[in-house]
Design a protein around this ligand. Structure first.
Ligand SMILES: [Cu+2]
Length: 412
């Protein structure tokens, strides 16, 4: 028990008089001050260490940033594109993109941002891209011929791009064969630049994969290269340039490659392939659109055409429609179908088991992806299929345009 009559300062305060009160607090002050000395010392040491480390890290940042910037201007191609062409913040040495102010500072990167052109740009003689390519048979091999060449390609009434094409159309012609068939494709290069073709998603031998300086030498201007492989597996694929891809693919060097299954399955009534891409037109010249400041697109095309020049998909009520969506541009496009929900029946060419087929009305198609969607046209009407990034449904910022088309369902 505590005796309340004793001058215990903890318990008697303040009732036991001023002397006790003052004496106790002086003792406490001295006692706690002595105990605080090591704590304060420790904190001073910590603060000093933290300050030193902050100063050191700031100094090392100032030393390394200019080194990175210098390496970017002379180093790998990958870093040149992103850093070597942007205005740099000279105070920090860090590459900082400024919207609309791309500054080509090295020749290789500047080349990617030059207008698409060439010494021999012919007006297009065909009006529709992605059409089936004729072939000849030689000893059981289906032989196709492609010519890479520059062309003036209309994407809209009154709007023409300078494109690099296969056989003069954008997309290039569709190669369509059956699983297991042997194909030979002769590729003649009539561009001023080297090129190669990659068979995107097709299971080709490595030497036929079309990667310049890895699986083959680039096809030089005037040269012809022969690709040969067995078409497999069945599905929706594509072919495209693999030489300076961000320039040549955006310039139009792409096309569908469809492999039908060997074992027949019930085909859809309507089978449409749509290749999605973008263009940048500035001051009457065409540039390769890229997701890079100052190089963003202002036109968007389905099979090389912008709405309202895009094709109409005509369907009779009750018919089953397959649309093969192919992302060949450099931007993602959430494609939305009005009124008629669909199932995703294949991804990147490979069938989706029926139990796993999602019912959707919007599917995002990223660069390089393919989605086969199917629906039965149950409701007559004019149903829009369009990208839901709504800037992508404009032509030079004016709506409607770009990635839109009409699915026209009629009673009979
Ligand atoms: Cu889009």
């Amino acid at each position: 028990m505590v005796d309340l009559n004793k001058p215990n300062c903890l318990l008697s305060y303040p009732h036991n008089g001023a002397n006790v009160y003052h004496k106790c607090h002086i003792y406490f002050f001295i006692f706690y001050s002595l105990n605080l000395i090591p704590i304060v010392m420790k904190r001073l040491v910590y603060l000093t260490l933290i300050s030193i480390s902050l100063i050191l890290s700031a100094c090392s940042g100032q030393r390394t940033s200019p080194t990175i910037a210098a390496e970017d201007s002379t180093g790998s191609a990958g870093s040149q594109t992103d850093a070597g062409n942007m205005e740099t913040n000279s105070a920090s040495g860090a590459a900082t993109p400024t919207p609309g102010s791309m500054m080509p500072t090295n020749p290789e990167a500047a080349h990617m941002m030059e207008p698409i052109g060439g010494s021999n740009v012919a007006p297009a003689t065909e009006s529709q891209g992605g059409q089936p390519l004729a072939y000849r048979e030689e000893d059981g091999v289906k032989v196709f011929e492609l010519t890479a060449k520059a062309v003036q390609w209309p994407i809209l009434d009154g709007v023409t791009v300078t494109a690099w094409s296969y056989n003069g159309t954008v997309p290039g012609p569709m190669i369509r064969v059956t699983e297991g068939e042997k194909v030979r494709i002769l590729v003649k290069n009539e561009l001023d630049d080297p090129t190669t073709i990659h068979w995107h998603g097709v299971e080709v031998p490595n030497a036929m994969d079309g990667v310049p300086d890895v699986t083959q030498a680039p096809i030089q201007p005037g040269e012809t290269f022969t690709y040969e492989f067995i078409a497999k597996p069945a599905g929706t694929f594509m072919y495209h340039s693999h030489f300076e891809g961000d320039l040549q693919v955006s310039a139009g060097l792409y096309a569908p490659f469809i492999i039908d299954p060997k074992e027949p399955v019930l085909p859809p009534d309507i089978d449409v392939t749509l290749m999605i891409s973008e263009w940048l037109i500035r001051d009457g010249q065409t540039y390769a659109a890229m997701p890079m400041s100052g190089m963003e697109p202002n036109y968007f095309t389905l099979n090389g055409k912008a709405f309202p020049t895009t094709e109409t998909i005509n369907v009779k009520k009750g018919e089953r429609v397959r649309i093969r969506l192919i992302g060949i541009g450099q931007f993602i496009h959430p494609m939305h179908l009005h009124g008629l929900p669909f199932k995703i029946v294949a991804t990147d060419g490979h069938p989706v088991p029926e139990a796993a087929q999602l019912t959707k009305d919007t599917v995002s198609v990223a660069p390089g992806e393919r989605y086969d969607i199917e629906f039965v046209a149950t409701e007559p009407g004019q149903w829009m299929l369009h990208c839901h990034i709504l800037h992508h449904t404009t032509n030079e910022n004016v709506e409607p345009g770009g990635l839109m088309l009409v699915v026209n369902v009629t009673e009979s």
